[in-house]
Design a protein around this ligand. Structure first.
Ligand code: G
Ligand code: G
Ligand code: MN
Ligand code: NA
Length: 254
């Protein structure tokens, strides 16, 4: 309860900010986009990660306002990046299930796109695999509405849930994100690499884009390339960056 109050006042005081982690094409290592990641710098200077405060934001309902702020912030950054000459850059934004289920979610998305003048075709929303498995009929319809705004959809943490093939086919998703745990296991156990391999294969068979997350070293990148994984993000390429550092990092990429 104390953290909930601290989060509410911290949010109002502007203590939340976004970090942007570049996403790259594995064939060339060139960045094509970034994922916006939420951070909380508290009054006393501590940095708190989303894993700790998103559940509280969801439980308290604060996530609806925070999520709208995150979306608008990320869309505004996308517009700045395009204006700075990175005109095909994409922006991925995480969406909580509480936020997504809110009856006004699609209206909120449309207004945010209109107000910021962000081009929807360069915007991706990330929903988790556990969300993608729930309430099939409602979800299919809502995703269809979201897709009509022009944004694309990625399934985050893919491989941790149990999406059936037929269910996945009914959802209008565009991309699967291989969960970091399967990337970590790729150099070790055969089973770890087989899950990553399965997701890459699944993406190919269903005509979906695939991105590996949490890529930390060259060995992992090499194996992913050999498995035919097209895209990646992780510390090997870059940590999440401030907007200024992202622009500088993109400049240094040449
Ligand atoms: O990189 P990081 O440790 O910040 O991410 C931890 C988790 O928090 C990830 O699962 C990520 O998807 C989630 N996350 C990061 N930013 C946001 C956000 O803006 N909204 C929501 N709902 N989840 C986020
Ligand atoms: O949305 P998602 O849960 O996938 O968020 C990605 C999380 O993983 C964020 O917390 C981000 O900071 C973190 N992350 C990004 N790249 C790496 C990496 O290479 N290694 C590890 N351990 N974490 C990473
Ligand atoms: Mn994510
Ligand atoms: Na993830």
């Amino acid at each position: 309860v104390r953290m909930m109050h601290a989060l509410r006042s911290g949010f109002q005081r502007g203590e939340l900010f976004l970090a942007y982690q570049p996403q790259v094409d594995l064939a060339t290592n060139a960045a094509f986009g970034a994922e916006a990641l939420l951070r909380w710098r508290t009054e006393d200077g501590r940095l708190i990660g989303p894993d700790r405060f998103i559940p509280i934001a969801e439980y308290s309902g604060l996530i609806v306002d925070i999520g709208e702020w995150v979306l608008r912030q990320a869309l505004a950054e996308l517009v700045r990046l395009h204006a700075a000459g990175h005109c095909t850059f994409t922006m991925s934004v995480n969406v909580s299930q509480v936020q997504f289920r809110h009856p006004h979610f699609v209206d909120m998305l449309r207004r945010a796109l209109d107000d910021t003048r962000a081009p929807p075709e360069y915007v991706e929303l990330e929903i988790t695999e556990s969300m993608a498995m729930e309430e099939p009929a409602l979800l299919v319809e809502k995703l269809a509405q979201v897709k009509r705004t022009g944004v694309s959809i990625a399934i985050d943490d893919f491989g941790t849930g149990f999406s059936s093939l037929s269910h996945l086919q009914r959802l209008q998703v565009d991309r699967l994100k291989i969960d970091r745990t399967f990337v970590t296991e790729i150099t070790g156990s055969a089973r770890g690499s087989s899950i990553a391999e399965m997701v890459i294969q699944l993406g190919r068979n269903l005509g979906l884009s695939v991105i590996a997350e949490g890529v930390e070293d060259e060995r992992q990148a090499h194996i992913l390339r050999s498995l035919g994984c097209p895209l990646a993000q992780g510390f090997l390429f870059s940590r999440p960056l401030t907007p200024e550092a992202l622009v500088e990092w993109l400049g240094n990429q040449g």
